[in-house]
Design a protein around this ligand. Structure first.
Ligand SMILES: Nc1ncnc2c1ncn2[C@@H]1O[C@H](COP(=O)(O)OP(=O)(O)OP(=O)(O)O)[C@@H](O)[C@H]1O
Length: 379
C-alpha cells in the first residue's frame, strides 16, 4: 500500500488524479489522506469523485471513502486496466448536477487506457470549459497533439460545450493503445508486467508504447490560432471577441486568425481560446466569459496570458508543465523540457510521481528546466 499525503505542496486534486492513474497502471494499492486539504472546500468534489469512480471502473478497483467531501480514500486495483466503451458523467456525482471539469476525469484514465491492450471509446459529460482546469479545447489543441508526439493516439470531438455553473457538455474520445503488435501478453501493460517483476514476461524497453519528449527550444512563432465560441448568445459576441484578439495580436506584428463560432450547449456561455504554434511546440491560453464581463475583456484576458508567455521564450506553458510529467514518467526514454513558470503544481506532481518509483524527476528552478528519467522498472 502506498501512503499519500493529499495536503503535500499544492494540496489540490492533481495529487489524487496522478495517484489514481499510477495505481491503475502499476496495480499498486494506495491510501490517500488529507485530500485537497489545500483548498477552501477540501475533500472530493464532483469532478474528483467522478475521477475516482472512473479509475475504479477501468481497473475493477475496490474503493473505500468514495463519497462527496471525503478526505480519505483507499483504492485497490482488482485487475489490469480494461479497455472498453466508457461513459463518465460528472453531473451524476452530485445531486442537482455539476459543471466539474471533464478534462480532469479524462486525465485520470487516459494514460492507463493508452497503456492497456486495445482501443477504448470514452464519452465524458460535465464541464468542458471551466476555470482552474484545462479546457477541452486546450486538451484538443495542446495536450493531445503534444502527447501524439510521444506516441499517444487519441481522436476527440466536442458535441456540446459545458460552462460553469450548468455544465452539460459532452465530449467523445477514441483512444488507441500505442503501437499494434508490441503489446505485452495476457492483457497487462508493460509497466504492470515490469513492476510485478516476473522475469521473462516483462516487455523489453523498446516495446513500451510511449516515447520521451524534448521541448527545450520552441523555435519561431508560426501563428496564433483562436476560437471565439459562444453557446446560446447573440452572434455579435464571438465576432467582438475575435476582432479584439486579432487587433491586439496584430498590433504586436503577430500572425493571428481567430474563428468566431456558435456552438451547441445547454446554457449560455462564451470563451476565447488561443493556441500558439511554435516551430517545435504548442501552448494554449484561455479567456472565459461571465455575466457582466464585456466580450472584448474576455479576449484581452487570453491575449495577455499569451503575450506574457511569449515574452518568456519558454516552449512549455505553465499548465502543460505539470501535465506533461505523468506521460513523461511513463515513457521509455528521457524527457526534457523548459517551462515558463515552475509552479507549485509542477513540483508537487513531481514528488507524487516519484513515490511510485517509475521515474526520477529533476526540476531546475533557476533554468526552469525539467528532466524526467525513467527508472529501470525491472529492478
Ligand atoms: N487555464 C488552464 N489551462 C490549462 N490547464 C489548466 C488551466 N488552469 C488550470 N489548469 C490545470 O488544471 C490542473 C488543476 O489541478 P488542481 O490540483 O488545482 O486541481 P483541483 O484541486 O482538482 O482543482 P480546484 O483547484 O478546482 O479545486 C493543473 O493540471 C493545472 O495545470
Amino acid at each position: 500500500m502506498i501512503d499519500i499525503d493529499g495536503s503535500y505542496g499544492e494540496g489540490g486534486g492533481q495529487i489524487l488524479r496522478t495517484s489514481l492513474s499510477l495505481s491503475a497502471i502499476t496495480g499498486h494499492p494506495i491510501r490517500i489522506n488529507n485530500i485537497r486539504a489545500g483548498r477552501d472546500k477540501p475533500g472530493l468534489a464532483a469532478q474528483h469523485l467522478t475521477s475516482v469512480r472512473a479509475a475504479a471502473i477501468i481497473c475493477r478497483a475496490k474503493v473505500r471513502g468514495d463519497a462527496m467531501g471525503s478526505m480519505t480514500l483507499e483504492f485497490i486495483p482488482g485487475s489490469a486496466v480494461q479497455v472498453g466503451n466508457y461513459t463518465f458523467d460528472v453531473s451524476e456525482a452530485r445531486q442537482g448536477g455539476s459543471a466539474g471539469a471533464v478534462a480532469m476525469v479524462l486525465q485520470t484514465v487516459l494514460l492507463p487506457l493508452v497503456l492497456a491492450n486495445g482501443n477504448s471509446q470514452v464519452m465524458l459529460r460535465g464541464g468542458t470549459h471551466v476555470n482552474y482546469s484545462p479546457s477541452m479545447t486546450y486538451i484538443q489543441e495542446v495536450y493531445l497533439p503534444i502527447l501524439h508526439r510521444m506516441g499517444v493516439q487519441v481522436a476527440m470531438q466536442i458535441n456540446a460545450w459545458g460552462w460553469y455553473p450548468q455544465g452539460g457538455g459532452e465530449v467523445e474520445l477514441s483512444v488507441s493503445s500505442g503501437k499494434p503488435g508490441t503489446a505485452c501478453a495476457k492483457g497487462d501493460s508493460w509497466v504492470q508486467l515490469a513492476l510485478r517483476d516476473k522475469p521473462g514476461t516483462a516487455c523489453a524497453k523498446s516495446d513500451r508504447n510511449l516515447n520521451g519528449i524534448n521541448l527545450l527550444k520552441r523555435g519561431d512563432l508560426q501563428q496564433v490560432r483562436g476560437l471565439a465560441v459562444v453557446t446560446q448568445l447573440p452572434s455579435h459576441i464571438p465576432q467582438r471577441m475575435a476582432s479584439r484578439a486579432e487587433n491586439i495580436l496584430r498590433e504586436e506584428q503577430l500572425k493571428v486568425k481567430v474563428q468566431p463560432i456558435h456552438a451547441k450547449g445547454v446554457a449560455p456561455g462564451a470563451g476565447l481560446f488561443l493556441t500558439a504554434e511554435y516551430e517545435n511546440s504548442l501552448a494554449g491560453f484561455t479567456g472565459l466569459g461571465r455575466i457582466g464581463l464585456p466580450a472584448e475583456k474576455v479576449a484581452e484576458v487570453a491575449c495577455e496570458e499569451f503575450l506574457n508567455f511569449h515574452e518568456t521564450g519558454a516552449p512549455v506553458d505553465e499548465h502543460l508543465g505539470d501535465q506533461l510529467l505523468l506521460p513523461a514518467a511513463l515513457a521509455s526514454t528521457r524527457s526534457e523540457y523548459r517551462v515558463a513558470v515552475v509552479s507549485n503544481h509542477l513540483t508537487t506532481n513531481a514528488s507524487i510521481i516519484e513515490l511510485f518509483g517509475l521515474a526520477k524527476v529533476t526540476v531546475d528552478e533557476e533554468e526552469k528546466r525539467v528532466v524526467v528519467e525513467p527508472l529501470d522498472r525491472k529492478k
